[in-house]
Write a protein that binds this ligand. Sequence first.
Ligand code: TYM
Length: 337
Amino acid sequence: MATPAPSKKVILSGIQPTNRLQLGNYLGAIKNWVKLQKDFDCHYMAVDLHAITARQDPQELRNNTYTAIALYIASGVDLEHCSLFVQSHVPQHSQLAWLLNCYGYMGELSRMTQYKDKSSKAGANIPVGLFTYPLLMAADILLYDTHLVPVGDDQKQHLELTRDVAQRLNGLYGDDTFVVPEPYIAPVAARIMDLLNPTTKMSKSAVNENGSLFLTDSPADIEKKFKRAETDSGKEIRFDEENKPGVSNLLSIQSAITGESIAAIEARYVNKMYGHLKVETAEIVKQELAPIQKRTQELLGDKAELERILKTGAEKATAKAEVTLRRLHERIGFILR
Ligand code: TYM
């Protein structure tokens, strides 16, 4: 008799469906989701509950959520290996977030650099959700007994907090209360930089849109944005993040898309000009995104099918999340319903 295959380890990740997704979301997250999917039991979400920590236009939020899900599928997320769902469809996320609110500490949340950064821009009225956000993220991860969380470098601190909170609860209620997750941060493209200002991270909400390459940008926009990309003084094309952040960013983008090593790419650019690097990077990005954009549009043309996929994903996710939540309720001392 064949020995049963060991059950696969669990992956979970998500992206906020705010504005348009940008190249950093694709290279830092989605592309790695696809790379890892066959070897894991994967859960990928559009985290709409996180999105409302900043004010959203309702119609735009709904459209962005459909688009995010369509982009995941168009990028190669395979429904055979992955559950795709919308965070708000699985109420256990909010429920566990409340419980974790009672175990997370003000001090550790105040140290989150993303909170410091975003709250400094929020004006006088800072939503409480912006502060407690990392505990909602911890709930997302811990609900599924997640082993691995593929994210970009900017989420590392939130992952560390998740691990701390999981270990704290394990100390109180037993080591098997939560699986303590590991981050998966790929060596290349963990932090794609703004094209105009390559010392800051590329983001969905950059002040100048020309610094962000959106996944829905037209070929003409892609060419234009790379042509204008900030390169550094000097002429040499080599990877040096400190002294040549702009050039290094373009080399990372190429490497993350083609899989070619940075050294091999540098070797191709000996005695070439920055202009060559920009034009060729634009070309590589255009070729990568064209089929994804086409497929995304096709998927968005059939909302009923997307909703069917999300319903299946939410049902699967809810079943698993409920088991974890009940386990914690029982250990905390709640009477189970
Ligand atoms: P979000 O929506 O800001 O970003 C989604 C993913 O994209 C990565 N990323 C980048 N990677 C490389 N270079 C960049 N410039 C860049 N910009 C963004 C992010 O690291 C992230 O992996 N809190 C999360 C969403 C979240 C989540 C989760 C993630 C909620 N719950 C549970 C993992 C597991 C966020 O705001 O990501």
